[in-house]
Design a protein around this ligand. Sequence first.
Ligand code: PEP
Ligand code: MN
Length: 344
Amino acid sequence: MLVVMEAGARPEEIEAVVRHIERLGLKAHPIPGAHRTAIGITGHQGKQDPFVIENFPGVKEVIPVTHAYKLVSREAKPDNTVVSVGGVDVGSNGIVVVGGPCAVESLEQTRSIAEGIKRAGGQLFRGGAYKPRTSPYSFQGLGERGLEILARVREEFDLPVVTEAIDEESLKLVAQYADCIQIGARNMQNFSLLRSAGKAKKPVLLKRGMSATLEELLLSAEYIMSEGNYNVILCERGVRTFADHTRNTLDLSVVPAVKRISHLPILVDPSHGTGKRNKVAPMSRASIAVGADGVLIEVHHKPEEALSDGPQAILPEAFAQIVRECDAIAQVVGRTLQPALSLS
Ligand code: PEP
Ligand code: MN
């Protein structure tokens, strides 16, 4: 259910509707928009009839939302959501290029890569301190020590930090140290983790599961939003198909599909999407052309020595070239490259 308020509805009128929804035992999600406020209603409706709300002052209409996903949909919020990650806007007209190593390996490695990302004009830094590896014998990440390194790098280079949480325990620490919590492909349907991320006070970057449909991705975002965290960024990172010339098949058509039905921003990760260094630049260009709000790229100063995902890592110089090319493509589609935060 969605309550659409009149354009000139007063704050007390909105508050009265919210209180009534809560009295019914349901959850109210006020969604301020450019032209009007809507209030999403979630929870089990039971015998209650939310349609009586139509008679409240300031209410324009009450509409049933037919899709399983509600808060993520454009019906709930017609204008695009812009998520601020430590002061960098994701989902605005200015696209973002996010870079960093698959895993934080050492202070020296992380500083050296962050320096390259900053110099290239990248706006956000991403690196894993907790790595969900396919094999239990592969490098699992530095844990809290990795988070400390990320926090240091953020201060030194003025680069807000995105990093992955793999369980409840790491989520608590990631929410403390980072500017944005990544939920990886393998955890996209870890519903209890999604609910916890929904209670966290930081934005969430939600990666698409490797065999998730668009509806499943949106419902996972809905889990986070239903807990009151509306700062969700989606990320396409490739899905499993029969094609074996790349690690995954980057499903770029999901970008316009998301834009059509959801107000949430979406980034594309051509690194995991292809798994091959030589395909990262062309698929980055294509991502911006198809309407993505930015790209997320794995960068390493010594890819051959990387402790994870070396074959898809590119050098900082190649990252700089991608930033320039994304800037050029952004102009073609009526957008710009967002300037990075200036060093304070
Ligand atoms: C990652 O971002 O390093 C990662 C593990 O990605 P994904 O969850 O998309 O596989
Ligand atoms: Mn990786």
